[in-house]
Design a protein around this ligand. Sequence first.
Ligand SMILES: *Cc1c(COP(=O)(O)O)cnc(C)c1O
Length: 419
Amino acid sequence: MSFSTLESFAHQMDGEDPLKKYRDCFHIPPSKERDRSIYFCGNSLGLQPQTAYTLIKEELDAWKKLGVDGHLAGQRPWLPYHEFLTQHSSELVGALEKEVVVMNSLSVNLHLLMASFYRPTGKKKKILIENNAFPSDRYAVQSQLRFHQNHPTEDLLILQPDEGELITTSWILDYFEHHGDEIAMVLMGGVNYYSGQAFDMRAITQKAHEYDCLVGFDLAHATGNMEMNLHGWDVDFAAWCGYKYLNGGPGAPSGVFIHERHLGRKDIPRFEGWWGHDKSTRFKMPDEFIPMDTAEAWQLSNPPIFAMAPLLASLEIFNEAGIIKLREKSIRLTNYLEFLIKNTLDSKIKIITPSNKNNRGCQLSLQMIDPIDNIMDTLHKNGVTADWREPDVIRVAPVPLYNTFHEVWEFSNILNDIL
Ligand SMILES: *Cc1c(COP(=O)(O)O)cnc(C)c1O
């Protein structure tokens, strides 16, 4: 598709956008000069769905009027409340419903999953992560290595491309040819939080399996951003958070995927709690733990209703809009941003995110060639919310649910004026 730098073009794209009505489903924070700021931080904290308030209020009312009976009565009983999130979540990641559960927070879930899927034996004991992995993932992985009496740096392999280069799929596949025998588990971002690079999860999983490595993906930056098919790609496990692209609100619960072939197996270790017990006999409170035969076996505790309600509100919007259509718009929106930056700011900004749409989601990471002081403050004064990573990168994420082509056009003008 060909783009234009004219403002009228941006308006035309918005006019033709089949998803434009969803913008009004969200509260867009105002700024000093604008009713609605240009919010490009959906990769960090997604915006509040208008229906979030209603869904939380429903549960406050249920608690007020029903007390403990709210576990079984009311519009959405609390005992199975997490189940209301399962279908929409599984569709977003391309999984069977029994492979998905929403619970806890992301870093907690990474540990619960590694308790099951990091099983070092002999020299096959290393963990492979990507370069610039999110710090929490790195801490989690290194503490797992220590927990198993392995070495936190020697047994940690990092996919490290040459300076200034991006990692290519063939480079990663080749890495397994050399190190596959030492790797027990792979834990990579589906989309890297820093560069915005999306990895070929299918190819990586397939190659890793040739070497009997278990493969997990951290989908914090992929879920709600990319189309995925975790089941079909044969991924072993994955987790994501509910508050970035999923708009579930600060600290919203995380989602977990465990491939069908690992469900209902007695030979996989797991940390257990009563919510993982077979739900038909859970309240007989038996001494012996009988696991659910779904991913819910990994649940420990009863679900946090007030934290889940806004996530449910958002998942209902995703379900209505559809991830396929959202991704189509997202590709256009981000390609348009790339076009404007290349056309107007090519000498001042290097885009470190891959330019092929298959290797990125909506985020572009813009590296300042000559970083200027307080650029984020200046952007903010102009009504733009984006994210800064030291020493010189602005992460910009126009999301298809609530951002517009005209905002992208305005952003590129504001940035141009500043630089
Ligand atoms: C956002 C993010 C986290 C955050 O972890 P929490 O446990 O939700 O605080 C972890 N890993 C990645 C890759 C992230 O992008």
